[in-house]
Every structure is written in C-alpha cells, then in structure tokens.
Design a binder for this molecule. Structure first.
Ligand code: UDP
Ligand code: MG
Length: 328
C-alpha cells in the first residue's frame, strides 16, 4: 500500500522568517478543508535568517511538513525544481512563500484537475502592492517572451500552478541548468487551462528578486526558449550591407559630378565606427549568453546540493543530482 499523499504543495523559501507560520496556517486550513491527504514540501534555498529553524519546528509539529534544505542559495527556479523532485503527490502545486499567491485558490485548481486538466495555471488578473517598475517590466517581459518564443506560454502567469503527476514526471526529466519552469511546463504539453486570481501584496518582508536576478531570469527564459537573439545578426548584416551597396554609386557619382571628396569629415567615420562596434558588441553579448549556458550544460554539475532533507524517508535518492534519472 502506498502512503503517497494526494496533494503536494511545493514552496521555495528564501529568508521568509516572518511568513512561514502564517503560510502553514493558511495552507493547512485550505488543505484540511478538502479532506484528502497532503504534504507541504518546503525548500529552504539557503536562507540566512531563522527560516530553516521555523520550518523544522513545523515538521516536528506536523509530520506532513517536509523540508529540503540547500547547502546555499541556488535561486528560486532551482528551489522549485528540488521541490518537484521530492514531491510525491498525485497533484503538485507550486506556490510562493510570501502569500502573494492565495492558497485559497487551490480548491478551484483542484476542481479543474478533477475535470481532467493536467496543468492548471493561475493567471494574474490584477497585481496589488507592486512597484510601477515591476508591473511595467513584468508586462513587457511576458509580451516579449510570448512574441519571440515558439512555445505557447500563457500571458501574466507565474509559477503558481497545479500539475498532475505525469506532468511533474516529465518535467523532472528535463535537467537543464538554467531553468524557466513556466516555459518548461508549457513545453511538455498535456491539457492545460487557467484560473484567474488577484495577486496580493507580500504578506511581510521584501522581494527577493532584485533587478539583477530579474534580468538573469529574463535571459534564462529567452535563451531557453528562443533562437531569435542568435539570428538578429542577419538583420544588422542586411541593413548595413544594403546601405553600403547603395552608398558606393552615390559616392562615385558625387565625386565625378563635383570633383571633390564627398565625406571628408573624420567625425562621420568615427560616429559610424562607434555605432557599428556597439552593434557588434551587443551580438557578442548575446552569443555569450548562449555560450555560458552551453558551458553550464557541458560541466553538468548537480542542479543543487542538499544539506538536509527531512520527512522523505520512504523515497529513494531523488533525481535532483546531475543527470536525468531515466535509463539510457
Ligand atoms: N525565492 C527563493 N530563492 C531566491 C529568491 C526567492 O527561493 O533566491 C523564493 C521566495 O522566498 C518566494 C519566491 O521565491 O517564496 C518568490 O520570491 P519573491 O516573492 O521575492 O519574488 P516576487 O514575488 O517579488 O517576484
Ligand atoms: Mg513575491
């Protein structure tokens, strides 16, 4: 007989000390209300505050709380990945720790799952308490990704979603190092649907996504799902080439007609040179983005290092280390 829970709730946690107890309280209320077994998989992403201690206390109080603790901070998407590796439920929900995603939406997602949908993602119909800058960049980001990638990703959707076991198993076989989980979930396919919700303010604390991490995240999304940046060189090449070809007869004719040098100024040359090198360096940068990610794949380090995992005694070593766990 299996004691696998029906539901797993996966929560990445990075310095969320003031939130953990409240998260547990609200989550337990919702999940107990559904009357089926569940586990809460808390992934401590190298927190420097008392988050881990509070998580361990929860585990001691309620053995349905399971804790995976990283050896250091590996980042949000990696923490979610570990949670998916360890989760054992038939349906797995990914949710942020900060209660911006309301646990109260889960019963609605479950309803869709019961109807037969294998992925139920939460669509943000409204976002509260976030800076204009964040709203604007997020809007721009989702629309850009949407345009330049081949994968159909729903707009304004974060990682907050419910996934059936078959989807999670498929995702767990994708061991790419720079992960954009919402894209990966779309990529695997299956039947997907959305439910709308209002994204609330953070319950407490501040965002753990400074601009630097946001840019990295955006680059992971783009490089992971689009070749477009590798191909834009052809547009620059065409435009500059056409200008050059047109310029030749113009320069010659003017020279013949006027008997004088046409572009005498060194300033013009300098400006053109700077402009063209700027474009070249941009293309180098884009190449570098892909090359560094290829390097990550070639080295094939483990995606994360676990310092401690409690509550999972029944499960063999999770596939989180290094390679895909399927036979070859
Ligand atoms: N998080 C994480 N590792 C990190 C950064 C964030 O596990 O390096 C977690 C964080 O604790 C939260 C979730 O990822 O549960 C989303 O982070 P946050 O709420 O700060 O992002 P925002 O909602 O501001 O985009
Ligand atoms: Mg948040």
């Amino acid at each position: 007989m299996s004691d696998q829970p029906v539901y797993s709730i996966v929560v990445p946690v990075y310095n969320e000390e003031p939130i953990i107890d409240e998260l547990y309280r609200r989550m337990a209320a919702v999940m107990d209300g559904m009357g089926e077994s569940w586990e809460l998989v808390l992934v401590n992403d190298g927190s420097q505050d008392r988050s881990l201690e509070l998580m361990m206390a929860l585990h001691a109080r309620d053995p349905r709380v399971h804790v995976v603790s990283f050896a250091r901070n590996f980042g949000h998407q990696t923490a979610v990945t570990a949670g998916l590796d360890y989760a054992q439920g038939q349906a797995v929900v990914i949710i942020d720790a900060d209660l911006q995603d309301p646990p109260e939406l889960i019963p609605q997602m479950v309803e869709k799952w019961r109807e037969g949908y294998q992925v139920v993602y939460a669509v943000r119909t409204e976002r509260r308490g976030e800076s204009r800058f964040k709203l604007f960049t997020a809007r721009l980001f989702y629309r850009l990704i949407y345009r330049i990638t081949d994968v159909d990703m729903p707009l304004d959707t974060g990682d907050f979603r419910l996934m059936d076991r078959v989807v999670v198993d498929s995702l767990n076989r994708m061991r790419e190092h720079n992960r954009f989980i919402r894209g990966m979930t779309s990529w695997v396919g299956f039947t997907q649907t959305g439910v709308g919700y209002v994204r609330e303010e953070r319950y407490a604390g501040v965002t753990k996504y400074p601009l630097r991490k946001m840019i990295r995240f955006a680059m992971d999304a783009i490089t992971g799902f689009s070749y477009f940046p590798l191909q834009i060189a052809i547009y620059f090449s065409l435009v500059l080439g056409i200008i050059a070809v047109l310029a030749i007869p113009v320069v010659v004719l003017l020279r013949v007609a006027t008997g004088q040098e046409v572009f005498e100024g060194q300033a013009t040359t300098l400006v053109v040179l700077l402009l063209v090198s700027s474009v070249q360096f941009l293309l180098f940068f884009l190449l570098g983005q892909y090359i560094s990610r290829i390097y990550d794949e070639v080295r094939d380090r483990p995606l994360y290092i676990v310092a401690q995992a409690v509550g999972f005694e029944r499960k063999p070593a999770p596939p989180g280390m290094g390679h895909a766990h399927h036979e070859t």
